[in-house]
Design a protein around this ligand. Structure first.
Ligand code: BGC
Length: 524
């Protein structure tokens, strides 16, 4: 029998480190805080943790602006804390994936400070992307080197004192590396080894498709920036990097893996990253983007399976992350009825966990946390808010610290009396992990039950999805003995054959109510 590597069907839990648990009372989560909560993750039933960046950083973009790739930011702990965390994670039977940010560094990184202190054309500048500007419309004015936009709003170029401009596809505090410089490639290989030697099981590669830009720096014009071989993302040169990284991962024992955050326009491009000598997985965001409709879910699942099929890689599924509006709120807004978001989130979990491949959960979804939409403007920290002059609220609303216990802020997130880095809503007492742990009808219990059943079935489910006939508002599919039924409509539909194992809302006899999902088993 072929051995199945741990990550292939894993349920991975994303820990947004700054908002998970604060052990030392500075209002921000930290590595010791994560250690103290590993029991929660084991009891929840996930297989692995993915930690967002905890490296030395001024946190201009929540840590995705790294000033030192080989150290822990003092706010989050020390390297010793990290080593202790790795040991504890493994002792709990879990795996650890860490985020690696190769597209850009912080503007406080030593290399970027050296670049600024060195003249145009110097070796120091060639680690980043510096270019002269273009004459502006009026005499004496200068425009950026080209029309590329920053993903966070505004142009992707900032001018420095001597007149050159540097590229930043994200905030101005996040200068893009020049991956055509071999020193950059060498540096990241060393960084990977640094963390592999410390025992990490894998990497989540940030902006994985972005490393190489079109060397001619041509204007984007009306081109889609993500189009395969477009000027900005998914240039063919990037694959050489991941082949090299794969060789490094394979030098280590224990099935070390890498998953890329790859935004592309099409499945063919996605599949290129999954060649057997490249990445093990890529994020597939289609389920998260799909509207609440059986047809939409059916179509994205079929497309996602088809995209990975030729590669032999397993698909990946996501409903929420630190970059998007929490799905309880997304579904609530779209459904337009109070409470419908939670009902749909319960149902969506069964869909997510019934699919082959891995599921990536985002911290707090197991508590049914909603997006916090009324943060005071002064508290917002996401650069998107500032770079769009407040037009977009940004991603702080899904990054509010987790409520663990008690009936008022900081709800056990920080030691008593400490104010967390983002304010926590006054009505979260019923959402704490403690309040939900012993409530059979809570979201936490629902997640635990569903994950336990998935784990129980893991060895007997084939990877194929067999679609069953269903009414138009519903979606039925089977994987061996497990049938998943999801009713996205308002009216009840008749269940497919099988014995109900889990249902996200009470059944009416053999009818599945609207906005409800069920798992059924058969001895077929
Ligand atoms: C991360 C974001 C981050 C951006 C720039 C994304 O893919 O998930 O949180 O802001 O990369 O590093």
């Amino acid at each position: 029998m072929t051995r199945i590597p741990w990550w292939r069907n894993a349920v991975v839990y994303e820990v947004y480190v700054r908002s998970f648990t604060d052990s030392d009372g500075n209002g921000e989560g930290d590595l010791q805080g994560i250690r103290s909560r590993l029991g929660h993750l084991r009891d929840l039933g996930v297989d692995a943790l993915w930690l967002t960046p905890f490296y030395t950083s001024p946190l201009a973009d929540g840590g995705y602006d790294v000033a030192d790739y080989r150290d822990v930011d003092p706010r989050f702990g020390t390297l010793d804390d990290f080593d202790a965390l790795v040991a504890d994670v493994h002792a709990h039977g879990l795996r650890l994936i860490i985020d690696i940010v190769p597209n850009h560094s912080s503007d406080r990184h030593r290399w970027f400070r050296e670049a600024l202190a060195s003249p145009p054309g110097s070796a120091e500048r060639s680690r980043y992307i510096f270019r002269p500007g273009r004459p502006g419309e009026r005499p004496g004015e200068e425009d950026p080197p080209n029309d590329w936009p920053s993903a966070f709003g505004g142009p992707a170029w900032t001018r420095v004192d001597d007149g050159e401009w540097y590229l930043h596809l994200y905030a101005r505090e996040q200068p893009d590396f020049n991956w055509r410089n071999p020193e950059v490639a060498q540096e990241f290989e060393d960084v990977l080894r640094f963390w592999l030697d410390r025992g990490v099981d894998g990497f989540r590669i940030d902006v994985a498709a972005g490393l190489f830009k079109d060397a001619s720096f041509r204007d984007l014009g009306s081109n889609d920036r993500r189009a395969p071989n477009g000027p900005i993302y998914s240039r063919p040169e990037v694959h050489g990097v991941y082949r090299r990284w794969r060789q490094i991962l394979d030098e280590y024992d224990g099935d070390r893996m890498a998953i890329g955050e790859v935004w592309t326009n099409g499945p063919e491009d996605l599949a290129l990253y999954l060649r057997p000598d490249e990445l093990h997985q890529v994020f597939q965001f289609d389920l998260q983007l799909a509207s609440w409709s059986a047809t939409a879910f059916h179509d994205v699942i079929v497309a996602a399976l088809k995209a990975v099929a030729p590669t032999g890689a397993a698909p990946t599924w996501v409903l929420s992350s630190h970059d998007s509006i929490r799905h309880v709120t997304r579904y609530e807004r779209a459904g337009g009825l109070p409470g419908i978001g939670r009902a749909r989130a319960r149902a969506a979990l069964l869909l997510l966990l019934a699919l082959p491949g891995s599921a990536y959960l985002y911290q707090g979804e197991e508590l049914g946390l909603p997006e916090v939409t009324d943060l005071p403007d002064g508290a917002r920290q996401d650069p998107i808010y500032e770079r769009t002059n407040g037009e977009l609220a940004g991603r702080d609303g899904c990054r509010v610290p987790l409520p663990w216990s008690g009936d008022a802020e900081p709800y056990g997130f920080s030691p008593g009396g400490v104010r967390p880095w983002l304010p926590m809503p006054p009505d979260w007492a019923s959402l704490t992990a403690e309040a939900q742990a012993s409530d059979p009808s809570s979201m936490l219990t629902w997640y635990r039950d569903a994950l336990a059943q998935r784990r129980r079935l893991a060895g007997v489910l084939p990877e194929d999805v067999e679609w069953l006939d269903s009414p138009g508002t519903a979606l039925f599919f089977r994987r061996g003995p497990l049938t998943c039924a999801l009713n996205c409509g308002e009216n009840p539909v008749r269940l497919p054959p099988g014995t109900p194992l889990l249902t996200s809302a009470p059944l009416y006899g053999d009818l599945l109510p609207g906005d409800t999902a069920a798992w059924l088993t058969s001895s077929r």
